[in-house]
Design a protein around this ligand. Structure first.
Ligand code: PMP
Length: 447
């Protein structure tokens, strides 16, 4: 009956009900790192929902905050001369949390794609306000993931997300990602960082710096397969953007609020972007929310000096659920937990342990081609031991491994034979042992 119920959904990206032999797990409840399905079976949630439920499921503090706000008022707009308390408090809180990155203002939306979309509109209007209307192009990375709306998708470097939807927006360009595994040019991480940064610089010169508005990237690429760039890469990005007067956007939808072991992903690389996009972990997914942060340089261009909504200097963008009070109240409660429980630090510590345990597994199983990660953002890529190349996708080796894990009560996401491990930050080393043992058993049985 589970699968019949779930069959009336058109599933995002893949119709899981038809692609695997197993019907989808119908999740009914959750607590901490665990979820329970409609048959009462319990699983460790190795993907934290969709790498967003960072503080864990069922947190009383967040439920209480949402209920308290619901009792006051469930919704009021921040358009046209009104605002609401949770959005005001959250904006202040976000500026405080991103002070080391220099952010001074937040623009609210309803999720990651919208936060990215807002960033692109922000940079285009910014350059117009600065009298540089020709600066409109957005450069991003191959394998980068920035969302699904047509603007965000145009910067999205994952070709399988794009292919059915062309033509996408003009003026979007993707350049090479510094990805070490299987790289034909070099196996030296720092050299790779230099090569890829140089490729970006040449692309900017080729396009003409006077036509480029912004460069966007994830501090660590997520959906693209958890690709951790070399340490010299982000600092070079900042230098290049400064040199050519291009705004640097860090898409922190996954990395924001602790996943890499630092409060911000940009902080891990010691870089101050001009704009940061947030969603997911901003309130651990309790209610949809996105935010686009900007530094003083960007914000100043939008300082109207008056409250006129259609003043030429007002940001000409915004929609109904911007600053939704319930979502903002959930965010304030979630961020309090992140800070009070030192969750970024836990993500860093437990993530390092997770990688160490997986390295042991890798040494025993030759079908693990690559292992990479930072904090609780880990990728495990399969390779055919006979060829050193990916398995023929029709063999569904990754699918069989993740199905086996699921059978044993561990949810691990498989994306085209790369496993993406992104659990809640409240994960403990005991959970890691259980997950890794189950994973190793699944790998052994798939061999
Ligand atoms: N940016 C990044 C880096 C993401 O990982 C995602 C979602 N996986 C998005 C943007 C889009 O967010 P959403 O799915 O909330 O629209």
């Amino acid at each position: 009956s589970n699968s019949r119920l779930a069959d009336s959904i058109l599933y995002p990206f893949a119709n899981i009900g038809h692609l695997t032999e197993n019907p989808p797990v119908v999740v009914e409840s959750g607590e901490g790192v665990y979820i329970t399905d409609s048959t009462g079976k319990r699983y460790i949630d190795g993907q934290a929902g969709l790498w967003n439920v960072n503080v864990g499921h069922g947190r009383e503090e967040i439920k209480e905050a949402i209920k308290a706000q619901l009792d006051r008022i469930s919704y009021y707009t921040i358009f046209g001369g009104t605002t609401n308390m949770p959005s005001v408090e959250l904006a202040e809180r976000l500026c405080q949390l991103t002070r080391p990155e220099g952010m001074v203002r937040a623009f609210f939306s309803s999720g990651g794609s919208e936060a990215v979309e807002a960033a692109f509109k922000l940079v285009r209007q910014y350059w117009r306000l600065r009298g540089e209307a020709a600066k409109t192009k957005i450069i991003s990375l191959k394998r980068g993931y920035h969302g699904v709306t047509l603007g965000a998708l145009s910067a999205n470097g994952i070709t399988s997300n794009r292919e059915y939807f062309e033509p996408l927006l003009p003026g979007f360009i993707q350049v090479e990602t510094p990805h070490l595994y299987g790289n034909p040019y070099t196996q030296d991480h720092e050299e790779l960082g230099r090569i890829c940064a140089d490729m970006l610089e040449r692309e900017i010169q080729y396009q003409g710096p006077g036509t480029v508005a912004a460069f966007i990237a994830e501090p660590v690429q997520g959906v693209g397969g958890v690709i951790v760039p070399p340490a010299n890469y982000w600092p070079r990005l900042r230098e290049i953007c400064d040199k050519y007067d291009i705004l640097l956007i860090a898409d922190e939808v996954v990395t924001g609020f602790g996943r890499l072991g630092t409060m911000m992903g940009s902080r891990h690389w010691g870089v101050k972007p001009d704009i940061m996009t947030f969603a997911k972990g901003i309130n651990s997914g309790y209610i949809p929310l996105g935010a686009t942060m900007m530094n003083a340089k960007v914000a100043e261009a939008f300082d109207t000096g008056d409250a006129a909504q259609f003043s030429p200097k007002a940001f000409a963008h915004g929609n109904t659920y911007a600053g939704h009070p319930l979502a903002c109240a959930a965010a304030l409660a979630s961020l309090r937990i992140v800070e009070d429980e030192n969750l970024p630090e836990n993500a860093g510590r437990v993530g390092a342990y997770f990688l160490k345990r997986l390295k042991e597994v890798q040494s025993r199983h030759h079908m693990i081609g690559d292992l990479r990660g930072q904090g609780l953002m880990i990728g495990v890529e399969l390779a055919n031991p006979e060829t050193g190349r990916p398995f023929d996708i029709s063999r569904n080796v990754g699918g069989r491994i993740s199905d086996h894990c699921r059978e044993k009560g561990v949810i691990i996401r498989n994306l085209a034979d790369t496993f993406i491990i992104s659990p809640p930050f409240v994960l403990e080393t005991g959970h890691v042992d259980e997950m890794v043992d189950t994973f190793e058993e699944a790998v052994a049985s798939a061999g």
